[in-house]
Design a protein around this ligand. Structure first.
Ligand code: SF4
Ligand code: SF4
Length: 212
């Protein structure tokens, strides 16, 4: 009986101690938040998901070269005469089509080294940190604004332009070589003509000597 009463007292005492802690927190301000409905404020320079304002990208590749994790993949195509690529918000004229601008955020170590060298400040960290995916492929973000058809068109246009440029270069070289050959032939002809009267003169003088 004595042991029974002792056990009952210990049980009641531990419940009282536990409830004392609970009741104490009932009257204190809450420190938890209702995430994800309520988001915690982030530090000003927090590094999260990258974003590229592709309208301002000039395709200089500086971010790609700076990335230590090799997670930026950029491909550009030079604009041909007549193409209008546009200008950046800072007024810089663009001369390259950015046909591919992928960031594999799964590889990113959030070092921010790609952000600093950008001359137009168009690649930057955002406050987005909820982007988990079931497939790794979904973590490759594509920023190019061109459709696959437009990319093919730009590439074909550039190839045609280069082919025409090469053909014009070859034609100019051929014309130059022909002109040089013609000039050399004319020079040789002129020299031959000059040499002929001298020969005749020397023949005449020989004949005169024999007669004497
Ligand atoms: S933050 Fe660092 S690792 Fe991530 S893309 Fe930029 S340079 Fe590469
Ligand atoms: S450094 Fe800036 S402008 Fe140059 S390719 Fe990267 S994002 Fe574009």
């Amino acid at each position: 009986m004595k042991q029974y009463l002792k056990n009952t007292w210990i049980a009641l005492y531990t419940i009282f101690v536990g409830m004392k802690v609970t009741f104490k927190h009932l009257f204190e301000p809450a420190v938890t938040i209702q995430y994800p409905d309520v988001k915690p404020p982030l530090p000003e320079r927090a590094r999260n998901r990258l974003h590229v304002n592709i309208d301002d990208c000039i395709g200089c590749n500086q971010c790609m070269r700076a990335c230590p994790a090799d997670c930026i993949d950029i491909e550009t195509v030079r604009a041909v005469p007549g193409d209008e690529v546009g200008t950046t918000s800072g007024g810089q004229k663009k001369s390259l089509w950015v046909t591919k601008f992928n960031i594999d955020i799964a590889k990113c170590c959030f070092c921010q080294l790609c952000v600093f060298p950008c001359p137009t400040e168009c690649i930057y960290m955002t406050d987005v940190y909820e982007y988990s995916e079931y497939k790794r492929d979904n973590l490759v973000y594509q920023f190019s604004a061109l459709t696959p058809e437009e990319v093919t068109e730009k590439k074909e246009k550039f190839e045609v332009f280069m082919a025409e440029k090469e053909a014009a270069k070859l034609a100019a070289a051929k014309a130059k070589a022909e002109a040089a050959a013609k000039a050399a032939a004319e020079k040789k002809q002129a020299e031959t003509k000059k040499a002929e009267p001298k020969k005749e003169d020397s023949n005449d003088s020989k004949e005169n000597k024999t007669e004497q």
